[in-house]
Design a protein around this ligand. Sequence first.
Ligand SMILES: [Zn+2]
Length: 61
Amino acid sequence: MSESETEPETETVSCLYPGCESPAVPPPKHGGPPPRYCDNEEHNASSAYQAMKKLEEEAAS
Ligand SMILES: [Zn+2]
């Protein structure tokens, strides 16, 4: 069984968290900015920033 891949007008936004390939949660029906992260509670702007910083430090060392 495959999930529906024929949703019209659905902008696929991947989670911005480094290394995460999950799709971001759908935007709220009542408007507002669409989420940029998946439904993982640990994936948000703050933790993504920390993770990216850590990756940069590891790459630099
Ligand atoms: Zn994620």
